[in-house]
Design a protein around this ligand. Structure first.
Ligand code: AMP
Length: 510
């Protein structure tokens, strides 16, 4: 099968040739002819399969006819994170070099004014995260009634992040007659229901199950005591890694990303970080530094790194074993791409056994311990005992072998890709006011009809996930005993005694 046989336009074929691709990937070969024919497509495919081109190439071909009108984009692509949205924009720029199309990006963390200017000019392609898109639509600054093609990408990730109610609202704002291209790595019941409601007689195309990990990735485990021992284990693994080029290091929590990043820098490693509390510019700068080889290590959280296409990653380290088995598949899928070999090593501490068992069940294989020493055979004191770092937990350091995903971690997962909107003044709409709950905010017509639209305050981009999905996670919450690791300052203050008698009494009591 060649690209010529798929029915793409001459301009698109030229751009594909310039990129150097000779053969369509299976998802491209299957999805492109249906997309070009105007059919709805349900694509079950992970990132790394070439699915971005599977929707951008036919969209470019179809966009050659017609023109965009002010505030009325012609096509809409929904992505769960800003990085993915920016990545899709890059694809449009690459494959669309021979087209004069206006591409607009609507994501949080970027000035409203610039984005508004682009939309006002008229966008052929609008790439957006759901929250920011609804913000614009609700303010009447954007009309979705001209959408000819709607792409919903990474739908299962949208579900994890609580975006499904937003997706449902957006689907109701776009015309019934649009074409929908829908992609998801997995098909949980909530996603199936969504496709049944919003797709019309879709062509179903499917490549490789999400639970499969590439055979080109050498997976292994290393046991650790947790705490400082874990960081030392990681440093040793990096130093000893064979054929090391660069590595993505995953932590389960944002604050641990920051902590580990600092620690690695302190120990002289060239490392960057990527997590949702960083502003968009810092996130893109970190990513670019890693992609260009300026830094060899990048410490990430799941949400920020999900789906990123970084070619040539030699190693993935799971500093924390992920609490959701699918995250393991996505994390290690950052290496061993396009037939290259890769190494994925997970650091395991006591308390990780349950999650590890879930992962092994999902990928239908056992992962071996690298150095033969399983968790149960770990020597007393671990790395710290060996090189005298003490292995004691430092002040402010949390217990890293906590069994489960605490509530705060679940909130982090939602907030991460798009932290609360409007943290900085330029990111805030100048006219932002509290939401007017009395109006029907889902109606775009309020803006079009000439009535002054009520302007809601910028919204958070995250919604609570549906109750049934939350329940499972809440059961995992680790109980906190007493004050946990935290000792309030007032308890550490020295006691001043008034007289010798008092002092004697205090000594005899204490
Ligand atoms: P995606 O799944 O869209 O994130 O794409 C994964 C990677 O595959 C990206 O680096 C693309 O540039 C690359 N890619 C997409 N289509 C092809 C193709 N037909 N041949 C070779 N590489 C491709």
């Amino acid at each position: 099968m060649t690209f010529e046989e798929l029915g793409l336009s001459a301009k698109v074929l030229q751009a594909v040739e310039a990129t150097g691709y000779t053969t369509p990937t299976p998802i491209q070969a299957q999805a492109i002819p249906f997309a070009l024919a105007g059919r709805d497509v349900l694509g079950i495919a992970q990132t790394g399969t070439g699915k971005t081109a599977a929707f951008t190439l036919p969209m470019l071909s179809r966009l050659e006819q017609g023109r965009a009108r002010a505030r009325m984009p012609r096509t809409l692509i929904l992505e769960p994170t800003r990085e993915l949205a920016a990545q899709v924009e890059e694809s449009f720029i690459r494959y669309g070099v021979n087209h004069k199309l206006n591409v607009a990006l609507l994501i949080g963390g970027v000035s409203f004014a610039d984005q508004e200017a682009k939309i006002t000019r008229g966008a052929d392609v609008l790439i957006a995260t759901p929250g920011r898109l609804l913000d614009f639509a609700e303010r009447g600054k954007l009309l979705l009634t001209g959408i000819e093609i709607l792409v919903i990408d990474e739908a299962d990730r949208m579900l994890d992040m609580g975006f499904i109610p937003d997706i449902e609202r957006i689907c109701k704002l776009v015309p019934f007659t649009r074409q929908t291209l829908f992609f998801s790595a997995t098909m949980p019941p909530e996603i199936t229901r969504l496709t049944e409601t919003f797709l019309h007689n879709p062509a179903r195309v499917e490549v490789a199950r999400a639970a499969t990990t590439a055979s080109t990735i050498a997976q292994s485990l290393v046991a650790s005591h947790g705490g400082a021992d874990k960081r030392q284990t990681l440093r040793r693994l990096i130093r000893e890694a064979a054929d090391f080029k660069n590595a993505i290091i995953f932590c389960n929590r944002k604050r641990d990303v920051a902590l580990l990043h600092k620690s690695l820098q302190k120990h002289g490693f060239s490392a960057g970080a990527l997590h949702g509390d960083m502003d968009q510019r810092a996130r893109m700068a970190s990513l670019d530094a890693f992609k260009s080889g300026e830094v060899a290590l990048i410490v990430c959280s799941d949400v920020a790194a999900r789906g990123l296409d970084i070619p040539d990653v030699s190693h993935v380290f799971n500093f924390d074993v992920p609490t959701h088995a699918e995250d393991y598949v996505h994390r290690i899928g950052r290496t061993g791409r396009a037939g290259k070999s890769g190494v994925a090593i997970s650091i395991v501490t006591s308390g990780d056994e349950k999650h590890l068992a879930d992962i092994e069940r999902l990928i239908s294989r056992k992962i071996d311990y690298l150095e033969g020493a399983a968790l149960t055979e770990l020597p007393e004191g671990g790395e710290s005992a060996r090189d005298g770092d003490g292995g004691r937990r430092r002040r402010g350091e949390r217990r890293e072998d906590a069994k489960a995903e605490p509530k705060s971690r679940r909130r982090e997962r939602r907030e991460e890709a798009e932290p609360r909107a409007a943290k900085s003044p330029e990111n805030r709409a100048p006219e932002a006011r509290p939401r007017d709950s009395s109006r029907d905010s889902s109606s775009p017509a309020s803006g079009a009809s000439g009535r002054a639209p009520a302007r809601p305050a910028p919204r958070e981009d995250y919604r609570e996930p549906p109750r049934d999905r939350r329940r499972g996670r809440e059961e995992d919450d680790a109980p906190v005993v007493g004050m946990g690791d935290h000792v309030p300052m007032f308890l550490l203050r020295p006691v001043r005694l008034k007289s010798k008698v008092d002092a004697d009494e205090a000594t005899s009591v204490g």
